[in-house]
Design a protein around this ligand. Structure first.
Ligand code: TRP
Length: 449
C-alpha cells in the first residue's frame, strides 16, 4: 500500500524547513563565543570559507541524492550503485545515519527541554510562582525528564502532521518569528552600555589565529554540525523537493541563511556578554577566555537578565523562546529521518512510525537523564565527533564514486538544460570525489588520535 510521498508545497517552504534544520542551538550558543575567542572576524572568514568550500558540497551531495531518488537514506544509498556489495554498504550507511540522527536527538531533546524550562520560568516568577520557576531552572532528574518529554512531544506533534501540514507549515511559521525575535533582541541589547566593547571583540580581526590547524578543524566541525550533515537529514528533506526546483541555488541559500543567522546571533550574544560584564556579571573563565556554551546560556545571560527589571523578564522570555524555536525546527528534521525510513521501508502509517521512533528516542533520552554523568557527554562525542563525519565521508563517496555520472548529470538537467556547462558541474564532482573525502578523513584521523 504505497502511500503517496510528501512534497514541499513551495520553494520558500523548503527553504525555511531546511534552514530551520540547520539553524539550531549550534548557531546561537556555539558560533558567537567561538568566533570571539578565536580571532573575531578572522574566525568568521575561516568559517565562511569552510561552509562554502567544504560543507556546501556535502550539503549538495545529500540534497541531490535525496531529490534524485525521492527516498530515505537507506533505500536511496542502496539504489545508487550497480554492484550488490555497494548496495548493501549503502543500506548499512543509511541505517548508521538513522541511528546517529536518533542519538543526536536524544541529547538535543534534553538540552532543548532546558530552553523550554527557562522560557517558562521568567513569566512564572513574575507571576509570583517563584518555587515553580526555580524548579524549572535547577538541575534535577525529574525536571530534566519532564522537560525532555514535553519537548519530544512537541517534536512528535509536528512530525505527525507530515511534510506539508507538519514540517513545512511549522517551519514557515517559526522561522520568520525566529529571525524577527533575533533582530529585535540584538537591536535592543546594542543600545545598552558595554555593548560596543562586545561588538569590537566580535568583529576586530586577529589574523594571527587564522592559520592554526586546531582552529581550522574546529571551524570545519562546527560547519558540519551546523548544516546538519551526514545523517540523512538534508537527504530526506531533499527527497521531498519538487523536481522543478534548481538544487544548487537553493542549497546555496540554505547555507547562506545558516551562516547568516549564526553571524546575526553574534550581534546579540557578544554585546550582551559585555553588557553583563559592565554590570558586574562574570563573563570570563579562569583561563581568561569567554564563558561559552551552557555556562553562557544558563548562567551569564540569566545573570544579565536579573540586573534588569521588567525589561529583563521580557528579554529573557523572548530569548529562551528563540532558543526553543531554533531547537524545534532542528529536532523535527532529526526525527523525520527514522520516521521516513519506517514509513517507506516497513510500510508503517506515519502515526505509528512517529510514535515508535519518537517513543524509542524518548526512552533512550530518559536513560541518559538517569545516568547523566556517564552517558550525556559520551553520546555527544560518539554521535557528533565520530559518527557524523564518518557518515559524511561515506555520503561523499556515494555521490562522487558510486553514482553514475550520466545519471547525476541527468538529475541536474531536470532544471537546467545547460547544466554541463556550468561552473557547478566542473567543480562539484571533483570536490565530492577527492577533496571532501580527503579532508574529512584527515579530521577523523585527528579526532581519533
Ligand atoms: N544543525 C542543527 C544545529 O545547529 C542541529 C541539527 C539538526 C543536526 N539536524 C541535525 C546536527 C543532524 C547533526 C545532524 O543546532
Amino acid at each position: 500500500m504505497a502511500t503517496p510521498r510528501g512534497e514541499f508545497k513551495s520553494r520558500l517552504g523548503f527553504l525555511f524547513a531546511a534552514a530551520g534544520s540547520a539553524v539550531g542551538l549550534g548557531n546561537i550558543w556555539g558560533f558567537p563565543t567561538q568566533a570571539a575567542s578565536n580571532g573575531g572576524a578572522a574566525f568568521l572568514i575561516t568559517y565562511l570559507a569552510m561552509a562554502f568550500v567544504l560543507a556546501y558540497p556535502v550539503l549538495m551531495a545529500e540534497l541531490l541524492i535525496g531529490r534524485h531518488t525521492h527516498q530515505n537514506m537507506v533505500t536511496a544509498l542502496s539504489s545508487l550503485p550497480r554492484r550488490a556489495f555497494w548496495r548493501r554498504i549503502g543500506a548499512l550507511t543509511g541505517i548508521g545515519g538513522l541511528i546517529t540522527a536518533s542519538l543526536i536527538l536524544s541529547f538535543y531533546g534534553i538540552v532543548s527541554g532546558w530552553m523550554l524550562g527557562f522560557a517558562a520560568s521568567y513569566p512564572l516568577d513574575a507571576a509570583g510562582l517563584s518555587g515553580q520557576a526555580q524548579w524549572l531552572t535547577g538541575f534535577g532528574i525529574s525536571r530534566n525528564l519532564l522537560l525532555m518529554l514535553v519537548f519530544m512531544a512537541l517534536t512528535m506533534a509536528v512530525v505527525l502532521g507530515g511534510v506539508e501540514e507538519g514540517i513545512e507549515r511549522w517551519s514557515r511559521r517559526l522561522m520568520p518569528l525566529l529571525i524577527v525575535t533575533l533582530i529585535s533582541l540584538a537591536l535592543y541589547v546594542l543600545t545598552l552600555e558595554g555593548a560596543v566593547t562586545g561588538l569590537k571583540v566580535y568583529l576586530l580581526p586577529d589574523f594571527g589565529k587564522i592559520l592554526s590547524s586546531e582552529l581550522l578543524l574546529d571551524a570545519l566541525g562546527s560547519a558540519f554540525f551546523s548544516l546538519s550533515l551526514g545523517v540523512g537529514t538534508m537527504l530526506i528533506y531533499g527527497s521531498y523537493l519538487s523536481d522543478k526546483v534548481h538544487v544548487p541555488s537553493i542549497g546555496a541559500q540554505v547555507a547562506l541563511l545558516d551562516v547568516g543567522i549564526a553571524v546575526l546571533a553574534g550581534f546579540l550574544i557578544l554585546p550582551a556578554m559585555y553588557v553583563a560584564d559592565a554590570r558586574g556579571v562574570a563573563i570570563f573563565n579562569e583561563a581568561g577566555g569567554l564563558l561559552s556554551e551552557d555556562t553562557l546560556i544558563f548562567s551569564v545571560l540569566p545573570g544579565l537578565f536579573e540586573t534588569m527589571d521588567t525589561a529583563g523578564v521580557l528579554l529573557a522570555t523572548a530569548f529562551f523562546l528563540l532558543m526553543s524555536i531554533a531547537a524545534l525546527t532542528s529536532s523535527i528534521s532529526m526525527l523525520e529521518v527514522p520516521v521516513a525510513y519506517l514509513i517507506e521501508q516497513h510500510r508503517m502509517a506515519r502515526g505509528t512510525a512517529t510514535l515508535l521512533a519518537g517513543g524509542t528516542i524518548a526512552t533512550f533520552s530518559s536513560l541518559i537523564v538517569l545516568n547523566f554523568d556517564t552517558l550525556f557527554g559520551a553520546v555527544i562525542t560518539l554521535s557528533t565527533r565520530y559518527s557524523q563525519p564518518l557518515l559524511g565521508l561515506l555520503v561523499c563517496l556515494y555521490a562522487g564514486w558510486l553514482w553514475q555520472r550520466d545519471a547525476l548529470l541527468a538529475e541536474l538537467k531536470k532544471t537546467d538544460a545547460l547544466a554541463e556547462h556550468r561552473l557547478f558541474w566542473r567543480v562539484w564532482p571533483l570536490y565530492v570525489k577527492w577533496l571532501c573525502p580527503v579532508i574529512i578523513g584527515i579530521i577523523l584521523a585527528q579526532s581519533v588520535l
